[in-house]
Design a protein around this ligand. Sequence first.
Ligand SMILES: NC(=O)c1cc2c(N)ncc(C(N)=O)c2s1
Length: 318
Amino acid sequence: MVEKSIVKRAEELRDQLNKYSYEYYVKDSPSVEDFVYDSLYQELVDIENKHPELVTEDSPTQRVGGRVLEGFEKVVHDVPLYSLNDVFNKEDIIAFDKRVQKALGQQVSYTCELKIDGLSVSLRYENGKLVQGATRGDGTVGEDITENLKTVRSIPLSLKKSITIEARGECYMPKKSFVRLNQDREEKGQDVFANPRNAAAGSLRQLDSKITAKRNLSTFLYSVADTASLKSSSQFDALQELEDLGFQTNQERKLCHSIDEVWDYIEEFQEKRGDLSYEIDGVVIKVNNFKQQENLGYTVKAPRWAIAYKFPPEEAQT
Ligand SMILES: NC(=O)c1cc2c(N)ncc(C(N)=O)c2s1
C-alpha cells in the first residue's frame, strides 16, 4: 500500500503539470519557466517508476507511448464527419445567403471561421478523459490514431468538466515547424514534405508515436458530433464552450449579422493569411443558430447550413 502522502503528491504533480502544459500549449502564455516544468515532470516520473499503480491515463507521462503499432484499427464514426460544399467567389456567397434566407424565412447570423489546412480529427472523451482519437477517413470510417494524438500537447488528456463528448477539429503543423522539419530532413538526405498539411498527415500516420511526439503538431477544435452534448444553442457559443472545456480554438472567429460582414471577413483574411503562424485554405461560413442548422439539414454529402469559401492557391512555397 503506497503511503497517502506519495499518492497525494503524484495527484498534485499531475494536476500542476497538466495545468502548466495547458497554459503553454493551448493559451500560449506559460506561467513557469521550462526548468520548473521539467523538474516537476522528473519528480512524477520517479514516483511512477517506483509505484506503477499510481500511473493514470491522463498523467502527462503517458503522452508518449512506448509501443510501436503494427497498424491502425478502423473506427466507425457514429455521427459521420460531413464534408463542405466549396465556393470560390462573392456571387456564390450571396447565392448561399439567399438560399438560406428563403429556406428559413427568418433573420440569420453566420459564424465565420478560418479553414485550417491540416487533417480533420475526432476526439472522444468519456467522463472527461480522452479515450479515443481518430482520423476523419471517408467521414464514416477513420483510423484509430489515439497514441499519436495523445502526443499533441494542445490536446487535453482530461477536460475541465467530466463530461462525455466527441469533439472535432483540425490537427495541423505550424509553418515554422514545417520549415524546421524540412531543413532537418534535407540535411539527412530524406524526402521533404510538399506542404504543412502533408507533413501533419505523415506525422499522424506514424506507427511509432515517439516520432509523432517530435513533430510539434497542434490543433483547433471547432465542432462536436452531437450538439446536444453542449449547453450552447449556437456555433459561436459552442466554440467558447469548447475553449472553456480546455480545447484550443481558433481566436479569429467572427459572428456576422449580414452576408456583407461575411465578405469583409473573407477579404480581411485573404489579406492576412500570409501573416498567420499556420496555413489556411479558406473560410468556413456556418449558420450560427443550431435550430436553424437543423431546419436546413443536409444534402447527401454536405450540410445546407455551411459552405467553405476557398482562397486561390498561395504562390508556391519558397
Ligand atoms: N470538412 C469540414 O467540415 C471542415 C473542415 C474545416 C477546416 N479544415 N478548418 C476549420 C473548419 C471549421 N472551423 O469549421 C472546418 S469544417
